[in-house]
Ligand binder design. Structure first.
Ligand SMILES: Cc1cc2nc3c(=O)[nH]c(=O)nc-3n(C[C@H](O)[C@H](O)[C@H](O)COP(=O)(O)OP(=O)(O)OC[C@H]3O[C@@H](n4cnc5c(N)ncnc54)[C@H](O)[C@@H]3O)c2cc1C
Length: 580
């Protein structure tokens, strides 16, 4: 008889969610447990690119780049509502720079590579060679091949032409909302489980501890509810928290043989700028360049209004939840953008918010002392001394979440003596829509909005935003408009969408809805009224006491200020936000 005890996946980031889906596809019961919410770690604090990782070529990570490029194309196909191709522009000063340094790096001489760093940055030959290899490794891809161009041609980003006379153009992709992608992985895990007859449960906001006798006790941090699970196996997919989780869950401390440290994280900060002139200068390209110190920086379009600038790479040993962008990082990133776009240099007054995350990198000593040189490849570490089959996932990227899950599931299933029965290779995410199916989702959602009472917002704009957030599930998310009419102030979204996130997507707190379901935390119109409206729906659903709506909104306002440096105005029409 099959063992029907679940495989417990600790951590509902992109990797934990992808693994749960993969296991459910093979008919294995699975329980996903997160100490906080779905996608509230590095998944949400990333640069949000689905990319091959051009610069990893210099470190000889050919296999990683090939895998990432294949996954990039797959995700564009299987999740077109969330993963969109994006052309990239690399501004360059000259032709020859960087060849010796790149060669040194390729043979592992990082120290020498840094000594030989070209004062004028990499040139067209170095970058062009890398991009030719990038194209070769993606030879099955439909993405356009790279080309070298003179700066200043129409349709290119308007970088400083005097300083950067040349440029290379290549293709990668952007995942604007990895939070939504992760939620959909879990929605699909639940679907897969229903198809295969297995159970798939998701527990958020709870602490896990392994008790003697193999019971994993979950204690709710919001409601103090206690649930006991009896796992067949445990996978620690808690990203930068991996070592802390081992210490917290296994009473004996780190369950790794020898108790060695697995993670050596670095923090990376990003800025979200409301800088219309810089946004226009990007001309719908991402710009990938070197900062003054030679580090890579991205200046990216973030929806139609905002610009995302990232990132830094600084060793970090504290609790990943406490990592914040500091003043020096904000100045550094503003200076990096200004160096590229001096005519439209962004100022602090254009900073809408910032965010910071910790990369779950393996605790290898950085080559030549450079955090950038630590491998981005993932590893599955088996804990031979644990009282049950247990592994930790170390490293990984958004881009490779599916292939990582495939490899990890194979190993877990083999250890449990179960076959691999399903595959995610050609399985679209639940909200996948493009072309005609996207138009259909828009039409259906708009028609639902028109049938409702309305709240002074153009139904077409509501449908557009709902499809941007929920993809092909937009109409289902809007279906409650008839019974829960009205909109959320400061956004175009309907109040009914909050209920959908609670009922279908495991949202439990105001922060869950605002930051990781409806993506309101990034809306330019976000105000305190927005938070009050969402909290009021949560109160109607019994998740917040009716008398606590104001207090909840206030607490969330403080959280947004602390985490993102975002200070909210009283609400739309109440004047500009205070400066971050
Ligand atoms: C600055 C930065 C930029 C990046 N940019 C990119 C990029 O552009 N493209 C790309 O492909 N990759 C990028 N990455 C890498 C990518 O974001 C991460 O590798 C990936 O998100 C890791 O996902 P995860 O699920 O392993 O971890 P996380 O997303 O960190 O999830 C871990 C989860 O574990 C939970 N947790 C913690 N402790 C416990 C516990 N004791 N019990 C249960 N749950 C717990 C947390 O609440 C969290 O939800 C970037 C990373 C950073 C930090």
């Amino acid at each position: 008889m099959m063992d029907e005890r679940p495989v417990v996946v600790l951590g509902a980031g992109i990797n934990g969610a992808a693994l749960a889906r993969e296991l459910a596809l093979s008919g294995v019961p699975v329980a996903v447990v997160d100490a906080d919410d779905v996608a509230c770690g590095a998944t949400a604090w990333s640069t949000r690119l689905i990319h091959g990782g051009l610069r990893y070529l210099e470190y000889g990570e050919i296999g990683l780049v090939r895998e990432s490029l294949a996954e990039r194309d797959r995700l564009v196909r299987l999740a077109p509502h969330l993963v969109a191709p994006l052309p990239f522009y690399v501004p360059l000063r000259g032709r020859l720079g960087g060849l010796p340094a790149a060669a040194a790096r390729l043979v592992g001489l990082e120290g020498l590579a840094r000594r030989w760093r070209p004062a004028r940055g990499r040139g067209t030959w170095t970058v062009g060679t890398g991009l030719a290899l990038y194209d070769l490794l993606a030879s099955d891809s439909r993405a356009p091949r790279h080309r070298t161009v003179r700066a200043g041609a129409a349709g290119l980003p308007r970088v400083d032409r005097e300083a950067f006379a040349w440029g290379c153009i290549y293709s990668d992709a952007q995942l604007l909302y990895p939070e939504r992608f992760t939620v959909e992985l879990l929605v699909d895990a639940r679907r897969a489980a229903a198809e295969t007859g297995a159970a798939c449960d998701v527990f958020t906001h709870c602490r896990a501890a392994l008790l003697p006798g193999g019971v994993l006790r979950l204690t709710g941090t919001v409601d103090q509810a206690v649930v006991d699970l009896r796992p067949a196996a445990l996978v620690n997919a808690t990203g930068a928290w991996v070592d802390r989780t081992l210490a917290a869950v296994f009473s004996s401390g780190a369950a790794d043989a020898g108790g060695r440290r697995l993670i050596g994280g670095t923090k990376g900060s990003h800025l979200l700028l409301r800088a219309p002139r810089l946004r226009a200068a990007l001309a719908e390209h991402g710009v990938y360049a070197e900062a003054a110190d030679g580090r890579p920086v991205f200046v990216l379009p973030f929806g139609p209004e905002l610009v995302l600038v990232g990132t830094t790479d600084i060793p970090f040993t504290g609790d990943p939840a406490t990592a914040r962008a500091d003043d020096a990082e904000i100045d550094y990133l503003l200076a990096a953008a200004a160096r590229l776009f001096p005519d439209v240099a962004p100022g602090r007054d254009e900073l809408q918010q910032h965010y910071c995350g910790v990369r779950p990198l393996p605790a290898a000593r950085a080559l030549g002392g450079s955090p950038a040189a630590v491998t981005r490849r993932h590893m599955l570490v088996r804990h031979a001394e644990a009282p049950l089959p247990a592994w930790s996932i170390v490293g990984g990227k958004l881009t490779t979440c599916r292939s990582l899950a495939e490899t990890a599931a194979k190993e877990v299933l083999a250890a449990l003596g179960r076959p691999v029965l399903g595959s995610s290779r050609e399985r679209p995410l639940p909200g996948a829509c493009a072309g005609e199916s996207r138009l259909e989702a828009l039409r259906e959602t708009e028609s639902l909005v028109r049938q409702g009472e309305g709240w002074g917002v153009d139904p077409a704009a509501v449908a557009e935003r709902m499809v941007a957030v929920f993809g092909g599930r937009a109409a289902a998310a809007a279906a409650g408009i008839a019974t829960r009419p009205g909109g959320i102030r400061g956004s175009v979204l309907p109040r009914a969408a909050v209920e959908f996130c609670v009922r279908e997507e495991w949202a439990r707190t105001l922060g869950d809805v605002v930051e990781r379901r409806l993506m309101l935390a990034f809306d330019t119109g976000l105000g305190r009224d927005t938070l009050t409206d969402v909290a009021a729906v949560l109160a109607e659903l019994g998740l917040v006491s009716r008398t606590d709506v104001g207090r909840e909104a206030e607490a969330c306002t403080r959280q947004l200020a602390a985490r993102y440096g975002r200070r909210l105005a009283q609400g739309p029409g109440h004047g500009p936000e205070e400066e971050p």
